[in-house]
Design a protein around this ligand. Structure first.
Ligand SMILES: Nc1nc2c(ncn2[C@@H]2O[C@H](COP(=O)(O)OP(=O)(O)OP(=O)(O)O)[C@@H](O)[C@H]2O)c(=O)[nH]1
Ligand SMILES: [Mg+2]
Length: 479
């Protein structure tokens, strides 16, 4: 028999349960495997046919392994067979062992899934508590109890609603060392960690190794957050300093329609580049968090990414007017300067006036405004015939722009962390309605970021602030 999956040196836990109970989904979520080539999950019962080893490795060393198995197919008959083997005695581990050694022809699935058990693996028994507790389940529970191995029951609800949870819990409580709920389609880091911790409670023999796995999980989780923060800071810097440029020649200056066309092309170019930056950041995050099915939610047709032209975007994300005014007020001069840097096409003149009021006031006045890309002819304002000029487009003149960018990314980050690897539907990153994170930021963090944003918008990124900004972003991602 092929038994590559067994290594007596490595603590092993075998996942058992009814066909289609969610065994493979549970492992996929626990071990962050969203790849069908590694773990096949489907609505077809009997998807998993052999025992499959899933190593938990850190620093090139395997600490613990999990074994995925085919499900129980004939638990009642198997239970009777084991009772028959036991004769007058109460069945025990030896009878289960004999069953495995002698009944492979009639009970291929039961024998396959019980083999790791009789070799010494700990048991993770997956049940769906939304299904009634039938005799066939009671038979599974009995067989596992007779095995005498350390065992943990996992209730993995596959449907909404209470179902038969109380009954299940009572019954499992009598036959298992521990019962836990683990929703394979929704479990997040905390729940995964708790499940690992539960293994520690049922298998004290392997305490040291399991503790090391937990430490490694935590260290890796922190490291990922730092990587994510780096990607985000990188994105913000690139996005806020982004400009689209084109030269204006004599004919452009003479023919307004030509100028318009150039301007439109530049606006398109600006948004396309912005969307590309967004996608790069999201793709980095997806890689960091080991997602392959989840996709960045950038609209490929319009290339407008965040839909910065939609008023809705500006209402949903970013700071409200008062917060924006307060964040700008502390650094009035700098914000004012940024405001003056480019002059909105429709607010020629007004920009200077508002700028003179100081950053706070400017932020307040422009807080609810739609994004209006700054447009300027480098050099003297206005277009004089005979002089070469460069038309520069970007960023949106609304002082809320950096906050909207940051907010929309934070919301997507949360959505990535929420996605369980056991799911097999290809999906876009969800953006929850009305979900703003930056509005909850403490005041100091807001003014720190505002200061840095302003420096980026001016094209003079304040490198001195970067360590603080990085720390603030790490903190924000952790919330
Ligand atoms: N909604 C929901 N569906 C789930 C959950 N866990 C599993 N499923 C679905 O149930 C079906 C079976 O899941 P699998 O993980 O393949 O079950 P299994 O126990 O490994 O099945 P076999 O290998 O066939 O014995 C799949 O369609 C899963 O998407 C869950 O927690 N919630
Ligand atoms: Mg399976």
């Amino acid at each position: 028999m092929n038994d590559d999956w067994w290594n007596p040196e490595i603590p092993s836990f075998v996942v058992v349960g009814r066909v289609n109970a969610g065994k493979t989904s549970t492992l996929a979520t626990l071990l962050e495997v969203d790849n069908d080539a590694v773990l096949r999950i489907s609505a077809t019962p009997g998807e998993t046919t052999g025992v499959q080893a899933l190593p938990v490795e850190y620093d090139g060393e395997e600490w613990v392994r999990f074994l995925d198995t085919p499900g129980f197919q004939q638990p009642v008959e198997a239970m009777r067979e084991i009772e028959k083997i036991a004769g007058d005695r109460v069945p025990g581990p030896d009878d289960v062992k004999e069953f495995v050694e002698t009944c492979g022809a009639h009970f291929p699935d039961e024998v396959r899934l019980l083999e790791p058990v009789v070799r010494g693996a700990g048991i993770l028994y997956v049940v769906d508590p939304t299904k009634p507790l039938r005799d066939s389940f009671l038979a599974e529970i009995e067989i596992l109890r007779w095995s005498g191995r350390p065992r943990l029951a996992l209730m993995n609800p596959q449907e909404q609603g209470g179902g038969y949870e109380t009954e299940w819990r009572e019954r499992l409580g009598t036959a298992f060392n521990l019962t836990r709920t683990f929703d394979a389609h929704a479990a997040r880091y905390d729940e995964r960690r708790k499940l690992m911790l539960a293994l520690l409670q049922i298998e004290e023999r392997h305490a040291e190794r399991i503790e090391r796995v937990l430490q490694a999980m935590d260290a890796e989780w922190d490291q990922r957050r730092e990587d994510a923060a780096e990607a985000l800071v990188d994105f913000l810097e690139k996005a806020l300093t982004l400009r689209a440029r084109d030269g204006l020649d004599e004919r452009d200056l003479g023919v307004p329609a030509r100028r318009e066309r150039k301007m439109e092309a530049l606006v398109e170019e600006y948004f396309t580049k912005l969307a590309k930056l967004e996608r790069e950041c999201l793709d980095r995050w997806l890689k960091t968090y080991r997602h392959h099915l989840l996709q960045a939610d950038i609209d490929p047709v319009r290339h407008r990414g965040l839909d910065l032209e939609q008023e809705e975007t500006w209402r949903k994300f970013g700071l409200n007017r008062w917060q924006l005014a307060a964040a700008g007020a502390g650094i009035g001069a700098a914000a004012g300067a940024a405001f003056d840097l480019g002059v909105g096409v429709h607010s020629l003149g007004a920009g200077t006036v508002i700028g003179a009021l100081g950053g706070g006031a400017a932020a307040f006045l422009k807080g609810g405004a739609l994004p209006e890309l700054k447009v300027s002819g480098l050099g003297k304002l206005g277009f004089k015939s005979g002089e070469g000029r460069t038309l520069v487009v970007g960023p949106p003149s609304s002082p809320n722009f950096p906050w909207v960018l940051l907010d929309s990314m934070l919301v997507r980050y949360a959505s990535i962390l929420e996605r369980a690897h056991g799911r097999r539907d290809a999906a876009k990153i969800q953006v929850a309605e009305g979900d703003s994170r930056v509005r909850e930021f403490p005041r100091e963090r807001r003014s720190l970021l505002q200061k840095w944003f302003t420096s980026c918008l001016k094209g003079k990124v304040d490198r001195g602030l970067e360590p603080e900004v990085f720390a603030a972003v790490v903190e924000a991602l952790g919330e």
